[in-house]
Ligand binder design. Structure first.
Ligand SMILES: Nc1ncnc2c1ncn2[C@@H]1O[C@H](COP(=O)(O)OP(=O)(O)OP(=O)(O)O)[C@@H](O)[C@H]1O
Length: 751
């Protein structure tokens, strides 16, 4: 942009024709005169003003040629209409209110409204005798007021002082005028009063002839009327069933008042300079869910993080509980865009019901309903291709959040669940029945079991990588686990959710910690695309208790109340604190269940988790168990198998191939079990001890996860005897399953 000095004779159109020579001599250099440039920013003045002879430029400096080109050009902004429309569309109001879109939410709202009015009606009906008593007590005063008022009205006693004033002023004309007016009035009013008395008398005679009930009713009406007339000015007849809430409407004045008392220098200076425009409201303050929402542009240089830091002061300035004040940024617009949401209800006192409570089943590919944001919008945490890290001080709701995630995963029978609760309080015991691996304890054995799980998971990740690689491209074009692949249980690529609650006890363990940390890091880095999902919860987020390789690589983070920046950033990621995502703002204890959720939604969000107490979790777990039993998806611990049986030192399919030579195409289950018991008595010995039918069923169940079906097989007992048809397995099915599982490598090993 060029800026030139004032010259009324200058023709703008000539500007591009200036000669090279001129340029060389600097005559044509772009001259930016400060005063002129500043003047250019002022609102446009008439031309005559601009060329005033005594302007400072002319008086003090050399006369320069050129015309003022305003730094800020007037006219339209030049923004593309589609961009402008898109910007507007971001703030579109929903056609159907949000609460009406979800059937369950609408039903809940209607139920709530009905309950509310039933409560009000019940409250008032119960107080009818009290109101009756009050009316009766007030009736005599009402009667006195009625009689006194009627006499005053009939004899126009209100006009008395005016008439007296006329007498005192000795104004006969006025007095006569007033007296005549009064006489006319009194005549008319006396007639009306008489008529009213006669009507009352007739009504009384009529009522006297009516049955007693009618007489009582008439008396009640008369007493009620007199009672209402006798009401003292300061005491209402009816008690309020619902005390009106003291929620003040949020106005711009209140918001500005609150922002200016926060002690933020940037705001105070800007407001002192420009009280009207320093804090700008970019949209009208509106209702948004159960609260008020103000969209604000903070003064230049002030960030949303500055305001978030002072949330408690803001709560005081707005005269609301801390749990109602939820400032949020929108950095997609700019760092100073503040969305201040002031709720009617304190979030920390709201218990959020989980939709899982009533769900008959759940699909983990749709994420897990986790809780709500302060505005009451449901928040879903994606699980597939994710790992989740949860952290907080003790007692802030980690286990409660883990319960929600575990319950969602349990209700999807295609998902394998491994739970390690390393506090030993049994908070996740309800789900034991659904777990392939489960441990609850803080002792060394429990920690060793959890460490074993990570070692197994590491192997599982490697196995899955090979299996996924071997899948034909039409089945798995993206080399990712999909619902379709997960449903084919025989592929062994179904989602596997492994929960480690109080994982600091594992990672900081002297013997198992290091190895477990390395395994977890490996799984976090590679397991995501292979359907292996880690959920880690810790109350001690420091370097020793949470290896940095883990905290740096998790994709979803949920941080409930923590004490300081270090813990905050360990859970929420480096710089989270600096960027204003501070779980230190939550109150210890009172804000249990409220945390910052990162990675699950496009922007970091404050979320209150849904709360499932032990009985509720038990109900969900029982439902999940029935679902899994039906789908034949129970395995490992859920079937009562001991951890040794699941130890990585044996491979059932390989062992079967070892005991069934290629010459035997089909073999009875019981024969295989006997041979397996001989091969590895410590593992299969218990199977061989089972009764005939149970022995056969044991192998059938153990082969189910691999998609191997048993069949009727003709054979003879090993020790000799009569031939018979019994349940057995085809060796070919075993080799095929190994081929599938190991991505082709097994075939060669098997043959
Ligand atoms: N979403 C929630 N809604 C309501 N109350 C909650 C919620 N989450 C947690 N709480 C309350 O907080 C208490 C502690 O929760 P929880 O046991 O999950 O905490 P924790 O962080 O796992 O504790 P610790 O570190 O001691 O194991 C619960 O007993 C419950 O009363």
């Amino acid at each position: 942009m060029t800026h030139q000095q004032d010259n009324p004779n200058h023709d703008d159109g000539n500007q591009p024709d200036r000669s090279e020579a001129d340029r060389e001599h600097g005559k044509d250099a772009d001259i930016v005169h400060l005063d002129a440039a500043r003047a250019g920013r002022q609102p446009q003045k008439p031309d005559t003003d601009r060329s005033e002879p005594d302007s400072p430029a002319k008086a003090d400096g050399p006369v320069l040629e050129g015309a003022v080109v305003r730094v800020d050009q007037s006219g339209p902004t030049g923004a593309d209409w589609r961009t402008a429309l898109e910007a507007k569309a971001r703030n579109r109001q929903p056609i159907i209110p949000l609460w009406l879109r979800s059937r369950s939410e609408a039903v809940e709202t209607f139920a709530w409204v009905s309950r509310h009015y039933l409560h009000v009606a019940g409250y008032q009906v119960a107080r009818l005798p009290l109101y009756g008593g009050r009316l009766t007590a007030r009736a005599p005063r009402g009667l006195l007021r009625l009689v006194g008022g009627s006499i005053k009205w009939t004899f126009d006693l209100e006009g008395e002082p005016v008439r007296l004033a006329a007498v005192q002023k000795a104004d006969p004309e006025a007095y006569l005028k007033l007296s005549r007016q009064r006489d006319r009035r009194v005549r008319l009013r006396a007639l009306a009063f008489g008529a009213a008395l006669v009507t009352l008398l007739i009504a009384a005679i009529l009522v006297a002839k009516q049955p007693t009930a009618t007489q009582w009713m008439a008396l009640a009406v008369a007493i009620a009327t007199l009672g209402v007339l006798g009401k003292p000015a300061d005491r209402p007849l009816i008690n309020r069933a619902v005390v009106p809430s003291a929620v003040e409407k949020l106005t711009s004045d209140i918001v500005i008042r609150a922002l200016t008392v926060l002690g933020i220098a940037g705001i105070n200076q800007a407001v002192a300079k420009n009280p009207k425009d320093a804090i700008r409201f970019v949209a009208p303050i509106t209702r948004d869910g159960p609260g008020w929402r103000a969209d604000i542009d903070l003064p230049y240089g002030v960030t949303v993080a500055d305001v978030m830091d002072k949330r408690d002061r803001m709560a005081s300035a707005l005269r609301r509980p801390l749990g109602c004040i939820w400032p949020e940024g929108d950095s997609t617009i700019h760092e100073g865009r503040l969305i201040l949401w002031v709720g009617d209800k304190d979030l920390s006192k709201t218990v959020i019901k989980s939709p899982l409570l009533k769900a008959s089943s759940h699909d983990v590919f749709k994420g897990i309903p986790f809780g709500c944001d302060p505005r009451g919008r449901p928040i879903v945490v994606p699980l597939i291709e994710q790992n989740i890290l949860i952290g907080s001080q003790p007692g802030q709701g980690k286990t409660a959040s883990v319960r929600v995630l575990a319950s969602g995963a349990a209700l999807d029978p295609s998902t394998e669940l491994w739970i390690h609760e390393l506090k030993g309080t049994g908070d996740l015991d309800p789900h034991e029945q659904n777990c392939h691996r489960y441990v609850s304890g803080i002792e060394d054995e429990a920690i060793a079991y959890a460490a074993d799980s990570l070692a197994l998971l590491r192997k599982e990740v490697m196995r899955r990588a090979a299996a996924l690689k071997a899948l034909p491209p039409d089945l798995c074009p993206d080399k990712k686990v999909t619902r379709q692949i997960a449903d084919k249980r025989s592929l062994g690529l179904h989602p596997l959710v492994a929960v480690f609650d109080e994982c600091q006890n594992l990672f900081a363990h002297a013997e198992h910690g290091d190895k477990a940390g390395q395994d977890a890091e490996f799984i976090i880095k590679l397991g995501r695309a292979l359907g292996v999902i880690l959920v880690l919860a810790t109350q001690r987020p420091d370097k020793d208790s949470l290896p940095t390789g883990i905290s740096a690589n998790v994709t979803i983070r949920f941080c409930l109340r923590v004490a300081g920046q270090l813990e905050n950033d360990m859970i929420l990621g480096t710089s989270a604190y600096k960027n204003g995502i501070r779980a230190t703002v939550f109150q210890p204890g009172t804000d249990a269940g409220i945390g910052y959720l990162l990675g699950a939604t496009p922007m970091p969000k404050v979320v209150r988790t849904a709360y499932l107490d032990t009985p509720a979790t038990q109900r969900i777990a029982d439902r999940a168990h029935a679902l899994r039993a039906n789908a034949g998806a129970l395995s490992g611990h859920a079937l009562g198998e001991t951890p040794e049986q699941m130890a990585p030192t044996y491979d059932l399919l390989a062992d079967i191939l070892a005991v069934v030579p290629p010459s035997e195409a089909k073999v009875w289950n019981e024969t295989i079990v006997h041979r397996l018991a001989e091969l590895r008595p410590e593992i299969y010995g218990a199977w061989a001890d089972l009764e005939g039918g149970a022995k056969t069923a044991q192998l059938t169940t153990a082969l189910k996860p691999y998609g191997i079906k048993t069949m009727q097989v003709w054979g003879t007992p090993e020790g000799g005897g009569k031939g018979a048809n019994r349940i057995g397995v085809a060796r070919e099915d075993i080799t095929k399953a190994i081929t599938h599982r190991d991505g082709g490598r097994g075939a060669s090993a098997a043959s």
